[in-house]
Design a protein around this ligand. Structure first.
Ligand code: AMP
Ligand code: TRP
Length: 343
């Protein structure tokens, strides 16, 4: 093998990250997650997992789940995730996730799970009707990470508590069995300003589940759709301010400027200075051009990939083979440690 074809060496450690295949990949997913993963793949050995087991903790229409699983894979590849250098795979294709999660169900304490705020949010008022899977979801997430002995996990604010739980599980497993099987996975915190808000309501996160499609820019939106959504985005009657402090109480203006800053790789301060005194109409035209320039090629590549589902499936099968090769020996080590009779 020549040095040119040697795969890049992971210099800092191993990353595992997960994304749910629940449809409508949007600009928030791109700027808040996927784009960071693209940047991290140069420095880390990366495993990117499309977490279908997590998705069914709430009801998913089967055909929609299948479609969304391929769409997320296509979106990630189109956005620049290199599925050859890294492992891009589907969670249910690697049985060790569910197998290790069972062991973790027996390590994690009810008291720990009872503190999880996401369960409380997602279960809502009628907690009795939530699935048991939703309750033990954080144990499965810990298994996703620890089955690869991942050292680093890129997380958003909302997932920090789950990562803490994964660290607690790793530690309790090690101390209960007197071993050093699992490392303590570290969070990789994203750069500032990466919370993309709804285009309709600047106080709400841009979200897959918002009933209004005008609230988000989807990664599958073409230029016309993007232009229409930016044009209709909620604003206020004032021109753009000349300082970041002037954005106080102007959530929609702040959101559009933040998006523009992220898309052009500038700070909010730089963008505010550049756009000071502009009317929204002029600024929106600029934002549209920029969003189309960034998302257009991704969108086109996503469409091309989605037209060839067999190719996506092949890429995912390769990713699963790589992931299984790492996960199976770790699961075997855990089973031995626990005292399961070897087969
Ligand atoms: P979700 O769409 O909630 O499954 O999230 C997938 C990934 O995208 C997670 O890492 C989230 O933190 C990130 N993400 C989702 N929505 C946003 C948003 N509006 N702004 C920034 N990041 C987001
Ligand atoms: N729970 C994460 C979310 O909802 C997705 C996820 C599952 C994940 N397993 C993971 C993220 C492991 C990081 C690491 O966004």
């Amino acid at each position: 093998m020549t040095s040119g074809s040697t795969p890049p060496v992971a210099t800092k450690g191993r990353i595992l990250s997960g994304i749910q295949p629940t449809g409508n990949l949007h600009l928030g997913n791109y700027l808040g997650a996927i784009r960071n993963w693209v940047a991290l793949q140069n420095d880390f050995e990366c495993l990117f997992c499309i977490v279908d087991l997590h998705a069914i903790t709430v009801w998913q229409e089967p055909a929609a789940l299948t479609h969304a699983t391929r769409e997320v894979a296509a979106g990630m590849i189109a956005a620049g995730i290199d599925p050859v250098a890294n492992a891009l795979f589907v969670q249910s294709h690697v049985p060790a996730h569910a197998q290790l999660a069972w062991v973790f169900n027996c390590v994690a304490r009810l008291g720990w799970l009872n503190r999880m705020t996401q369960f409380k949010d997602k279960a809502g008022k009628d907690r009795e009707k939530a699935s048991a899977g939703l309750y033990v979801y954080p144990n499965l997430m810990a298994a996703d990470i620890l089955v690869y002995k991942a050292t680093h996990v890129p997380v958003g604010e909302d997932q920090k508590q789950h990562l803490e739980l994964a660290r607690d599980i790793a530690q309790k497993f090690n101390s209960d069995y007197g071993v050093e099987v699992f490392p303590q996975p570290e969070p990789v915190i994203r750069g500032p300003g990466m919370r993309v808000m709804s285009l309709r309501d600047g106080s709400k996160k841009m979200s897959k589940s918002d009933p209004s499609d005008f609230s988000r820019i989807n990664m599958t939106d073409d230029a016309d759709a993007i232009a229409g959504k930016v044009r209709k985005a909620t604003t206020d009657p004032h021109p753009l301010p000349d300082s970041v402090a002037g954005l106080e109480g102007r959530a929609e203006a702040a959101n559009l400027l933040n998006i523009y800053a992220a898309l052009t790789d500038q700070t909010l301060e730089q963008v505010v200075t550049e756009q000071a005194g502009q009317q929204f109409s002029g600024f929106k035209a600029k934002l549209t051009d920029t969003a189309v320039a960034v998302l257009g090629p991704i969108n086109a590549e996503m469409k091309r990939l989605m037209n060839d589902p067999a190719e996506i499936d092949k890429v995912l099968a390769r990713g699963a083979a790589k992931a299984n090769a790492i996960a199976e020996p770790v699961l075997a080590e855990v089973y031995r440690t626990v005292g399961f009779l070897s087969r």
